[in-house]
Design a protein around this ligand. Sequence first.
Ligand SMILES: CC(C)(COP(=O)(O)OP(=O)(O)OC[C@H]1O[C@@H](n2cnc3c(N)ncnc32)[C@H](O)[C@@H]1OP(=O)(O)O)[C@@H](O)C(=O)NCCC(=O)NCCS
Length: 191
Amino acid sequence: MILRFATVRDAEALAAIYAPIVESTMISFEVLAPDVDEMRARIGTHPANKPWIVAESDGTVAGYAYASSFRGRVAYRFSAEVTVYVAEHARRGGVGRTLYRALLQLLARQGYRRAFAGIALPNDASVALHRAVGFTETGVTHAAGFKFNTWHDVAFYECALGPLDIPAHDPTAVDELPMSVVKAAFAIDRA
Ligand SMILES: CC(C)(COP(=O)(O)OP(=O)(O)OC[C@H]1O[C@@H](n2cnc3c(N)ncnc32)[C@H](O)[C@@H]1OP(=O)(O)O)[C@@H](O)C(=O)NCCC(=O)NCCS
């Protein structure tokens, strides 16, 4: 397995991983799966300081993870929301854990102080994965989502990424990170 940043050339693979999650589960609160063009646009236009990464196994993308804005107001800029999706055939093989470890390490080195994740319940696998990589639950919002004629609670999780001192700078773009930092984050032997 290798880890790397996602590119627009991964759009087809990422759309294929994500589509069944949108179409058949309440894990994602989207109801229309993005097609390849839409996925290409999402990958191609994400902010420079919000990494999208993929795990590739035998030349095939097995999963992806990315950061997005937690909330829009300026004071939230040291927080990132994270999410991860692993192809059905590749689950329980360490892909999700490996992607998250790398993503959280990148975010920490960029200068983020907190990562947050919202998990539509029930989702035992996601809850277990988030706990396994260091997230703790902060609370549950009730009936926050309605999909497939059912109301769903959302559990929120947080993970500390850095000290709560006075930041010297805003979170940097990933292409401003030294190559050694990226290499260390993408090193698989930590998994
Ligand atoms: C959640 C998800 C990303 C986990 O990815 P994965 O590659 O299967 O997870 P890993 O193999 O890296 O597992 C890491 C740890 O997570 C936990 N875990 C993962 N899947 C689990 C499951 N089905 N049941 C219980 N624990 C699970 C375990 O603690 C595991 O550690 P272990 O293997 O040493 O027991 C994957 O199931 C998935 O893509 N699900 C659909 C999308 C989704 O729910 N994304 C999260 C949105 S909030």
